[in-house]
Design a protein around this ligand. Sequence first.
Ligand SMILES: Cc1ncc(COP(=O)(O)O)c(C=O)c1O
Length: 412
Amino acid sequence: MSRITRADCEARDRADPLAPFRQRFVLPPDVVYLDGNSLGALPKAAVARLQQAVDREWGQDLIRSWNLHRWIDLPQRAGAKIGRLVGAKANEVVVADSTSVNLFKLLAAALRLKPGRRVILSEPGNFPTDLYVAQGLIDMLGGKHELKLVPGERIADAIDETVAVVSLTHVNYKSGRIHDMAAVTAKAHAAGALMLWDLCHSAGALPVDLNAAKADLAVGCGYKYLNGGPGAPAFLFVAERHQESIRPPLSGWMGHAHPFTFDIGYEPAHGIARNLCGTPPVLSMSTLDAALDVMLEADMKAIRAKSLALGELFLALVEQECGRHGFANGSAPQHERGSQVGLLHPEGYAIMQALIARGVIGDFRAPDMLRFGFAPLYNRFVDAWDAVAALKAVMDARAWDAPKFKTRAAVT
Ligand SMILES: Cc1ncc(COP(=O)(O)O)c(C=O)c1O
């Protein structure tokens, strides 16, 4: 195979149908940003929308904005937009709370829907919050239930009639490995269990079709590929067929059938709205809503094709440029992974810090993974080249081998 050059990467950028989207984002000129899988970049439209929400809606229209600017149904409006990205109907998704809180709400609701069953089934490689939330819920319910963990590749065979709900992250946060959503969901249903998917690393990164897979429940975050901003509100999905049976464990007034009659008794709203709890964070939800509009302009098939191409290019360049530096590939194979790749190296943390000092931003996942995410709306093929060139420079000069790069920060 002939050597890949930077000019080859530039040519691929020129031919890229998604290239014009890059200008829609605020990106520092001296940074190669490969961490959109953790915190998406800032869409210019989100800046304008936030300014409008602050200056006009909050500053001038004040509390009238709940009706005037429809703050009150922003969770449903933004949810409907996310529905288009994840194969759900407009009335099956709402934006609310954080992913962790939504997991709590939906796992609790799932256990109530399956009163005779005691197992929440997941995998040890799931994102820790998914496991912690399940543990906390089980503890709160008096220990009658059990969190059973089975490695991802064997999970489908472990679903039996004791399982109330199978709770999995669709795209693994480390390896990027994708579960077969339709196949696992079908297995869960065959055993009479419910299926809950965490879409944190899927929504906006690759085509997802919750309804084609007959998924029951799902959650996901707004700050990764959806570009909603740091701590952006999350979303949840409840398939229409379950919506009237769900008994929300966090029975707040925003999920009440008539919040403004101020009744003493709780009466759940019809439909997805009963999964809301308290007042929505209007400013961050407005930012997310504007970011979603940008993403909805793009073709998800083109996003997926570019994401796979960027990941493959990056791995090929690592082999070409850094082959002697001892990196192992920690990623799932191309068509089985989401929009990220991982390199394994015992000095991964220090190497990532040295890279960040050179303006190439990825992140580190313990114990030894350098993680690079590709956000096809704003990442270019030359970004892959420039990142690997910086990695080569860091490795050739052992630039990572300095005390300042070895002290762990609170966030890695
Ligand atoms: C799969 C997955 N679930 C949940 C979370 C985090 O949830 P929260 O937004 O509640 O912190 C993350 C964060 O990276 C994640 O990767």
